[in-house]
Unconditional design. Structure first.
Length: 140
């Protein structure tokens, strides 16, 4: 199974960025752990700070599933939501923090209505839980 992780703006700064909210680990080392743990999966990873590049990545994705953390674009981007709605690949929305326990503007997600499911608030483990949901789905 091929799973593609797409991270949006400022997630390249994980580890340095607001560690009280997002933790102290950078995503590259977390991704290496995921690859080691899930050696039977084909895991790939893309990060961009650009909305246009994220949309192109969604449109061109060749995977059995996408795990997306659109970061701040979650709360603003109808264009990313439209790209997700346009493809046939199931997409799981993840967030490191619990977006409903933070500022009011983070409670709105344009991604949730077009996602297969949403996982947030579990730190980096949110990505692992999304992988597990794809794995479990295979057995349903
Ligand atoms: C985030 C939550 C967003 O509100 C924020 O803009 C981010 C990270 C998260 O993973 O908790 O950049 O998507």
């Amino acid at each position: 199974m091929k799973l593609h992780i797409i991270n949006g703006p400022n997630l390249n700064l994980l580890g340095k960025r607001e560690p009280k909210i997002y933790g102290k680990k950078n995503f590259k080392s977390y991704f290496t752990e995921l690859q080691f743990k899930h050696r039977k999966l084909e895991l790939s990873y893309f990060q961009s700070n650009s909305e246009a590049d994220l949309i192109t990545e969604i449109q061109d994705a060749k995977a059995d599933g996408i795990i997306i953390n659109a970061a701040a674009y979650t709360h603003t981007s109808i264009a990313i939501a439209d790209a997700i709605a346009a493809i046939d690949i199931p997409v799981i929305e993840v967030h490191i923090s619990n977006i409903h326990a933070r500022e009011e503007f983070r409670k709105k997600s344009f991604i949730s209505p077009v996602a297969k499911g949403c996982i947030f608030g579990f730190g980096l483990q949110s990505y692992e839980l999304a992988i597990q949901s794809f794995l479990n789905q295979e057995n349903v």
